[in-house]
Each structure stands twice: as structure tokens, then as C-alpha cells.
Design a protein around this ligand. Structure first.
Ligand code: C2E
Ligand code: CA
Ligand code: CA
Length: 647
């Protein structure tokens, strides 16, 4: 569907975007590492340059040393040759050399204090040389000791100058080396730091990747949780709404049909066999629906515990839709085998067609649900008709009101006598529920189907059981004739695991002899699983209560099972009694039921007897007990008590 695709695409896009961000982070980290290594290289080169940069200084120092040594040599040479003129020329040249190297060193910015000491030493040397020259110029009066003293002072100055300049060179060398080393050290430190940084960045990006992945997965999980049914993996109700909305938004003229497919009695199956079996069953049904050719081009959803939805985009023709529905319901023709159990399940289908611009997703869904809950048409396929909306709203409000009625004790039981066909004396009664709602008495025909549908029938039925027992005890304590009361039991109630204990407790609580309570059940209790139904009937019989099959002849239980039912009574349905005098067919059925009863040693009750003709005919056919308006309508407990008393 359109929306599905957009959502999936959006998800993919988001994943791509996040991965792109991640790739960018990794790229940035790699770049930092590369920069670190190359910049480290640069720093080393720079350090080498720094060392190289100090070479002129060293050279000047050496040149100065050499110049000073030359001056000393020149001085000794003079002492040896007495050649004043040559010495003066040479010394002037050498002094100039010294001066120029000193100038050069000054330009190279040598430390001031040290250069002062050097200048003093050079001055000392020059002074000694000058004094030496003056002494030499005295010719015959030369003081040789004095001359040697000047030479020695000059020599000492030279030595000091040499050692001073050596120190300088060494210092320069050291600092150059040191600075080179520190720089190298710093580079190392820097490299380490940046390597650490890069590793951190890499680690962070790895975590980011994991986090992103987890987030994407989370998003995916959340998406699945929000839009898919866990059990069947089918898209859920939310997605149905979204898809339907998307469909109508893209093309308001879209024509199609929405089917709601409901699994009948899944709640009963769940409470009888457990939820695991019910789940398995739902999965099997989902598979059958998905495999069916008729859903090939349609989208299937699971929208509820017991229902699926299908959108057909092509078919909005009434006949096409009905045919499709018929095909679809045929998937349940064969029963479903789960382990050793074989379960036959029916599907009910509600259909809402849409071809109208005014249709909204919500309205289409409501219509399909309404069609299903009203069940106007017989069979299992129900097509929405416009007036159903009101009825379905009424239905829903009934359900809510029923809950409140249960809480506020708005129910009461009326009792209809069952009389002896021959003597017309009251033999027993049937308890029939009534709902006193805002002063009006509402018939069970109006609310029992809603109670069945919503599951409320189980607590309501429990109340009926307790109330009937309570009433029996009240009548007994008033000394009334002790007559059995028949209580209607719905299939859901019968299949409820708590039912047996509820019957037992009701009897005990009100001290009612079990034989005084008859349970009227229909053939529907055995529809899913006759074996379990028979087992349950046995347990009830063991309690001592009696069992009647209500509405007999309208269901489809096989006679072979009927033979195995541990029952006491058959009730001929009102449908066969109504026209018994005019319809040979109905009379034949009544006759057959009576024969069957005799054969199986069962009591037979005819219900809905309204006329004397019916009464006489049924009596003539051998019917023991009659029930109907001819004798009495269902009446309140007090009225029933009066009736018994007057007999
Ligand atoms: P049902 O068990 O077949 O009850 C017989 C229905 O036929 C009763 O309708 C009764 O009033 C009606 N009836 C009796 N005699 C005549 C007659 O001569 N003519 C006509 N036309 N009708 C007659 P009611 O009381 O409206 O109950 C309708 C159905 O509601 C019952 O059919 C039963 O299936 C269900 N129901 C009533 N009370 C309970 C209850 O306590 N629990 C459950 N589960 N179902 C109940
Ligand atoms: Ca009944
Ligand atoms: Ca009936």
C-alpha cells in the first residue's frame, strides 16, 4: 500500500542519513590522524632548521677564535722577529677581523653580559699587545721580563677568550640540540596526544555506530510494534487506518471494498482449550486467508483478537464483493487440525463498499463493523446498508448499558410455567431474564445477542443461575410447592472453565437440591468440540442437575452425538409448533422429535403453544409437557408464586 511504502522508504532514508553522518565522523577521524603524522614530520624538519639556523653564530665564534689566535701568533712572531712595522700592519688587519666578527656576532644577538666579558678580555689582550709594542720600541732598554709578562697576560687573555668562545659554541650546540630534542619530544608528546585523540574519536564513532544501529533497530522494532500484529506478522489495525486514509488521500475517487472477517467463537475456543491453541488456530486461519486466491491482490490485516480486515481496491461491485466473500468463507470448509484436535471454525464477513468522495477511512471501517454486528442478512456474509450506522451505534450503547445494568442489578427473572399436557398442572418453570431499564422491561431478544457478542453473557448467566437458586429457596421457605426451575445457559457460559464450579456453588449457597435445577442448553454447545461437550454434560449430570436441549431441531447436531448426550429433555422449538396445525412439514418434524424422545427415553417439551388446536394436536402426538402463552406468559416471581398457591 502507498502509505506502507512511504513509511518504509522514510525509514530507509533515515538509515542512509545516519550512516552518512557516521561515515563523515570516520572520515574526520582519519583526517586528524593523517594531519598528526604529517604535522609531526613538519615539526622535525622545523627543528632541524632551527639547529641549522644557529650555524652562522657558531661559525662567527670560530672565526673570532681563529682571529684572536692569529693575533697571539702575530704577537709571538713579533717577539721573535722584532719587525715592528710588519707586526703593526698585521695586528691592524687582525684587529679589524676581530672587530668584524664581533659585529657579526652582535647582529646575531649574542647574550650581552657574556659579550661584555669577551670585550673586556679582548681589550686586555689588545692592551697587553700595545704595552708589549711600547716595550719593544724601547729597543736597547727593553725590559725582557716586562715583555714576557705582557706576552703571558695576552696569552692568558687569549686562553680565556678561547675557553669563553668554546663555552659559547658548546652552549649553542647544546641549546640547538636541546631545543631540537624538546621539539622532538613535544612532537612525540603531540603525536601521542593526537593519536590518543584519534583513538578516542574512533572509539566514539564506533560507539556512535553501535548506538545508531541500536537506534535504527529500536526504531524498526517500534515500527513493527506499532504497525504489525505479533502473532500473525500481518499489519495491524493502525496500519489499516493509515493505509485506508492514504488510499483515499491519493485518490478520493478510489473504489473498493473493505471486508472485516471475524472468526466465530474464538473466545470460547480460547477459554476451553487455552490461549495457546486459540493462537495456533488464528495463525492457521491467517495462513489460509493469505493463501487464498481471492486475496492475491488484496492487503490483509489483523485488526482484533478475532478479526482480520481485507482491502480490495478493484471490486466495488456488489456482486463481485459478495462472490469474493463467498470464496473467502469457503476456506473454512475443512476443519483445522491442531495436534490431535480437529476444530471446525466459521468466518463471518462484514462488507463495506466505498466509491464515494465523502467516504473517510473511519466511516468505511465503522460501516464494515456495523454490517458484521447487526447481521441483518442470514448466513455469514453481511453487507453494510446505510441505516446500519444508527443501529450499530445503538448496539454499542447497549453494550455499555449492559455493563452498567449488571453493576446496578437492573435484571430480573420472570418465570413461565411448563404444564402437563394432560392435566395442565404446572410441573416446572423456565426462568427468563428481563432488563428493567428506565422503568421499561426489555426483552432478552434485544440484549442477549449483544451480551453474547461482548462476552457479557458469562457474568449475566452466572447472575441468572444464582438468582434462580435464590428464588427457589425463597419459595421453598414460604412452603410453596417445590417445582424444578429451568435456566437458560448460553454456549459461551457452558464452555467457560468456571461454569461447573459456579453451578455447584449456586446450589450449595442456596441449599437447592440439584434435581430442582434444569439447564437448558442448545446444540451449539457441541458445535466446536462435541467430545468436550459430552464430558462437561457428564460432570453436570454427576452434580445431579438435569439437562435439556433447547430449540431442538434448529441446530445441526448429528443424531449419533445426541445418543451420547446424557440429557433428560428435548424442547421442540417454537418454529415447529407455530404452524403445526397447518404445515404437514412442521408436524412431521414434531412427530419425529417425539418419536426420538420416546426412543431415547427423554421427556419432550413443546414451547410456544398459543392455541388449543396446538395443545390438542401436541397432546395427541404424545407430547408430555407444554409451554406457551396459552397457559401463561413469563411472569414475575410473585405472580408465579400466587399461581402455584391457587392451584
Ligand atoms: P428460549 O429459551 O427459546 O425461550 C422461550 C422464548 O419463547 C421466551 O422468550 C418466551 O417468552 C417465548 N415464549 C414462550 N411461550 C411463547 C408463546 O406461546 N408464543 C411466543 N411467541 N413466544 C413464547 P423470551 O423470554 O423473550 O426469551 C427469548 C430468548 O432469550 C430465550 O429463548 C433464550 O434463548 C434467551 N434467554 C432468555 N433468558 C435467558 C437467560 O437467562 N440466559 C440466556 N443465556 N438466554 C436467555
Ligand atoms: Ca429456553
Ligand atoms: Ca426456543
Amino acid at each position: 500500500m502507498l502509505k506502507t511504502m512511504t513509511t518504509t522508504n522514510a525509514n530507509k532514508l533515515r538509515a542512509k542519513k545516519l550512516l552518512a553522518i557516521y561515515a563523515a565522523v570516520i572520515g574526520a577521524a582519519s583526517l586528524v590522524i593523517w594531519l598528526t603524522l604529517t604535522s609531526g614530520q613538519t615539526v622535525v624538519t622545523q627543528t632541524k632548521k632551527l639547529t641549522d639556523y644557529r650555524i652562522p653564530e657558531l661559525r662567527e665564534i670560530s672565526m673570532l677564535q681563529i682571529a684572536m689566535s692569529d693575533r697571539a701568533i702575530q704577537l709571538y712572531f713579533y717577539y721573535a722577529t722584532f719587525n715592528t712595522q710588519e707586526w703593526e700592519e698585521q695586528d691592524a688587519l687582525l684587529t679589524q677581523r676581530v672587530t668584524s666578527h664581533l659585529e657579526a656576532l652582535k647582529k646575531l644577538r649574542l647574550v650581552d653580559i657574556e659579550s661584555k666579558k669577551l670585550l673586556t678580555l679582548i681589550a686586555t689582550f689588545s692592551q697587553s699587545a700595545t704595552l708589549f709594542n711600547q716595550e719593544m720600541l724601547k729597543l736597547d732598554t727593553r725590559d725582557w721580563d716586562m715583555l714576557r709578562a705582557h706576552l703571558s697576560t695576552a696569552k692568558m687573555a687569549l686562553n680565556e677568550i678561547t675557553s669563553l668562545l668554546n663555552d659559547w659554541s658548546e652552549k649553542i650546540n647544546n641549546t640547538a640540540q636541546e631545543s631540537g630534542l624538546t621539539a622532538l619530544d613535544q612532537v612525540n608528546q603531540l603525536t601521542k596526544l593526537q593519536l590518543g585523540f584519534s583513538i578516542t574519536v574512533m572509539l566514539i564513532s564506533a560507539f556512535v555506530l553501535i548506538a545508531l544501529y541500536a537506534r535504527l533497530k529500536d526504531q524498526d522494532d517500534l515500527y513493527r510494534l506499532a504497525y504489525f500484529d505479533e502473532l500473525t506478522n500481518l499489519p495491524n489495525r493502525q496500519r489499516l487506518e493509515d493505509d485506508l486514509e492514504g488510499l483515499l488521500a491519493t485518490n478520493p475517487n478510489t473504489k473498493g471494498a473493505l471486508f472485516i472477517v471475524q472468526i466465530e467463537r474464538i473466545k470460547i475456543i480460547a477459554s476451553t482449550y487455552g490461549h495457546a491453541i486459540a493462537d495456533q488456530l488464528i495463525i492457521q486461519i491467517a495462513r489460509r486467508i493469505a493463501n487464498k486466491q481471492v486475496t492475491a491482490n488484496a492487503q490483509i490485516y489483523r485488526i482484533n483478537t478475532d478479526s482480520f480486515a481485507i482491502i480490495y481496491q478493484q471490486s466495488c461491485e456488489l456482486l463481485t464483493a459478495l462472490n469474493t466473500a463467498k470464496n473467502l468463507s469457503s476456506i473454512m470448509e475443512s476443519s483445522i487440525t491442531l495436534g490431535t484436535r480437529s476444530l471446525s471454525v466459521k468466518l463471518s464477513i462484514g462488507i463495506a463498499l466505498f466509491a464515494n468522495q465523502q467516504d473517510t477511512a473511519a466511516r468505511i471501517m465503522r460501516n464494515a463493523v456495523a454490517a458484521l454486528s447487526i447481521r441483518k442478512q442470514s448466513g455469514n456474509i453481511h453487507l453494510f446498508e446505510p441505516r446500519m450506522t444508527e443501529e450499530s451505534e445503538a448496539w454499542l450503547s447497549t453494550e455499555n448499558a449492559l455493563r452498567a445494568a449488571l453493576e446496578h442489578s437492573e435484571f430480573e427473572l420472570h418465570y413461565q410455567p411448563k404444564v402437563c399436557a394432560k392435566t395442565q398442572t404446572t410441573m416446572s418453570s423456565e426462568a427468563l431474564i428481563r432488563w428493567r431499564r428506565d422503568g421499561n422491561l426489555i426483552s432478552p431478544a434485544q440484549f442477549i445477542p449483544v451480551a453474547e457478542e461482548s462476552g457479557l453473557i458469562v457474568p449475566i448467566g452466572h447472575w441468572v443461575l444464582l438468582e434462580a437458586c435464590r428464588q427457589w429457596q425463597v419459595w421453598r421457605s414460604k412452603g410453596l410447592l417445590q417445582l424444578p426451575i429451568a435456566v437458560n445457559i448460553s454456549a459461551q457460559q457452558f464452555q467457560d472453565p468456571a461454569f461447573l464450579a459456579q453451578v455447584e456453588n449456586a446450589l450449595k449457597q442456596h441449599e437447592v437440591p440439584p434435581a430442582m435445577i434444569e439447564l437448558e442448553i442448545t446444540e451449539a454447545v457441541a458445535a466446536n468440540d462435541p467430545e468436550s461437550a459430552v464430558a462437561m454434560m457428564m460432570k453436570l449430570k454427576n452434580l445431579g442437575v438435569t439437562l435439556a436441549i433447547d430449540d431442538f431441531g434448529t441446530g445441526y447436531s448429528s443424531l449419533s452425538y445426541l445418543k451420547r448426550f446424557p440429557i433428560d429433555t428435548l424442547k421442540i422449538d417454537i418454529a415447529f409448533v407455530r404452524n403445526i396445525n397447518t404445515s404437514a412439514h412442521d408436524q412431521a418434524i414434531a412427530t419425529m422429535i417425539l418419536a426420538l424422545g420416546k426412543q431415547l427415553n427423554l421427556k419432550v417439551v413443546a414451547e410456544g403453544v398459543e392455541t388449543q388446536d396446538q395443545q390438542f394436536l401436541l397432546a395427541a402426538l404424545g407430547c408430555d409437557i407444554l409451554q406457551g402463552y396459552l397457559f401463561s406468559k413469563p411472569i414475575p416471581a410473585a405472580q408465579f408464586a400466587e399461581r402455584i398457591n391457587t392451584i
